[in-house]
Design a binder for this molecule. Structure first.
Ligand code: SAH
Ligand code: SF4
Ligand code: F3S
Length: 467
């Protein structure tokens, strides 16, 4: 999962002058984007409306990420800025609440208030349904830290999604189906910040997906830290995996496109691969992180598969769905990584071929086994390797995009473009496609021909073509 949250524009509902306003700032992965929406909806039921800037907010909620040191530190610099804003507010006689949610909240708890006393409340991802109570306590002047793992199901307790809000957010939506992780990769904080793996029940997911479709959503991305480990009891009394769930969701009228992220290679079972073969609405794009190509490093990372096992898996997926585009995550400079190990990663990237990828320098995280391993790789070596790896991945990405020039494809129109007269949609392979506004309206799936590539976008011919 990747830092896309900040790139997403979220529309705020208009507010009258006497309603309370909340500004939610989201860091980290798509699951945080989803959680921010659910929290905003819960606060909406409590009388708050969302606002797009901190300047006129009565409450600021930071939904944070702990995955790498830089991500976690960003929160404290933001809190420093907010302290100034709050001081100004107080000088003019008004108040502002500041809350920290998300994975830093879970990982650091009270420590956040110790380090940044400007914070009024801290709330972990398992307890968002208690947000209204936490806020009301904080408003009465108590500092609140709510990070115990709840026994109750937060999704069941959160207010249902608000149709108006869903509409305002557009024609694509996230839907978290699985949370937490039991895999314990030795570099990763997620099992500690999000807790053990939990799957939401089929009935809850289907009901939420239907509601999204009824509110104008045409594309749903199922989310989970290990989304393909999702399992639940189906209406037939049998255990369902993600493949069966996708088949069910594909029958919902109006939901024309399905995606899911993030997958672990060990959980790509036959039923899921067959869903890619059989379901037209399941988009031909798969985010399948491998992290590294060296078997020694994969073992030290506790990924529990080899480079060749990953290659064979990719072959099986491509046999089922030949036009599938792959994306991945890579870490360079894991403890003990030698030049040869790094070369193995480069070789794997060349063998597989990615349409898109995210890559990071290893960041030692307190409390994870990797942080205590010897042979930490020096920073300059990490930087050098990251540069080489990104150059290769960028080359592959631009080759993939150039390969789409001249093709016709279906595009879901999502929003106005930067220039007047443009609409921007998404290709089946997730690239933004800049179209002329006369091809259709937002929410339409239109067939267009790609004429050229510009930076990370595809540019379409100025008319719709016959499918
Ligand atoms: N559940 C997903 C990944 C979630 S974290 C999976 O198993 O693939 C998103 C990405 O952040 C990871 O894929 C990894 O590439 C990166 N990441 C996680 N911990 C990291 C760390 N300590 N240092 C650098 N990158 C890290
Ligand atoms: Fe982290 Fe590994 Fe779990 Fe992914 S599978 S969330 S990388 S521990
Ligand atoms: Fe970050 Fe937590 Fe997501 S650590 S990547 S926000 S699960």
């Amino acid at each position: 999962m990747n830092d896309i949250a900040e790139l997403l524009d979220r529309e705020a509902a208009p507010a009258s002058s006497n309603t309370r306003k909340v500004f939610v700032k989201t860091y980290g992965c798509q699951m945080n984007v989803y959680d921010s929406q659910r929290m905003a909806d819960a606060l909406g039921a409590d009388g708050y409306v969302e606002t797009a800037t901190p300047d006129d907010a009565d409450m600021i909620l930071l939904n944070t990420c702990h995955i790498r040191e830089k991500a976690a530190e960003k929160v404290y610099s933001e809190l420093g800025r907010l302290r100034k804003l709050r001081d100004q507010r107080r000088a003019s006689g008004s108040e502002m609440l500041i809350g920290v949610a998300g994975c830093v909240a879970q990982a650091e708890g009270e420590e956040i208030i110790r380090r940044a006393p400007v914070v009024d409340f801290v709330i972990g991802p398992q307890t968002y349904h208690r947000l209204p109570q936490v806020v009301s306590k904080a408003r009465s002047g108590d500092k609140v830290v709510e990070t115990e793992y709840a026994i109750e199901d937060k999704f069941e307790k959160l207010p249902a999604r608000d149709e108006k809000q869903v509409r305002a957010r557009g024609v694509t939506a996230f839907l978290t189906v699985q949370e937490g992780c039991d895999k314990f990769c030795t570099f990763c904080v997620v099992p500690y910040t999000r807790g053990a793996e939990v799957s939401r029940p089929v009935s809850q997911i289907v009901a939420e997906a239907r509601k999204l479709a009824a509110s104008g959503v045409r594309e749903v991305t199922l989310l989970g830290q290990n989304v393909n480990a999702w399992h639940g009891e189906g209406p037939n009394g049998r255990e369902w995996g993600l493949g069966a769930l996708l088949r069910e969701l594909a029958t919902i009228e109006g939901l024309d496109r399905l995606r899911y992220t993030t997958s672990h290679p060990r959980d790509m079972d036959d039923a899921l691969i067959e869903a890619h073969r059989d379901l037209d609405s399941l988009m031909p794009y798969l985010h399948l992180p491998v992290q590294a190509g060296s078997d020694r490093i994969l073992k030290a990372m506790n990924r529990k598969h080899t480079g060749d096992e990953y290659r064979r898996l990719v072959d099986r997926i491509r046999a089922a769905r030949p036009d599938i585009a792959l994306s991945g995550d890579f870490i360079v400079g894991f403890p003990g990584e030698t030049d040869e190990d790094f070369e193995d990663t480069m070789r794997l990237i060349r063998d597989v071929g990615y349409a898109q990828a995210f890559s990071f320098k290893y960041s030692p995280r307190p409390g994870t086994p990797g942080a205590d391993m010897g042979a930490q790789v020096p920073e300059p070596v990490k930087s050098e390797r990251l540069q080489a790896l990104q150059a290769l991945l960028e080359e592959q990405q631009s080759a993939f995009m150039r390969g789409l020039i001249g093709q016709t494809m279906q595009v879901l129109l999502e929003k106005p473009g930067r220039e007047p007269g443009q609409l921007v949609g998404r290709s089946p392979w997730l690239q933004p496609v800049v179209c002329d506004e006369n091809v259709g309206k937002i929410g339409d799936i239109v067939t267009v021909r790609i004429t050229r590539v510009s930076a990370n976008s595809l540019i379409a011919d100025n008319r719709e073509v016959e499918p």
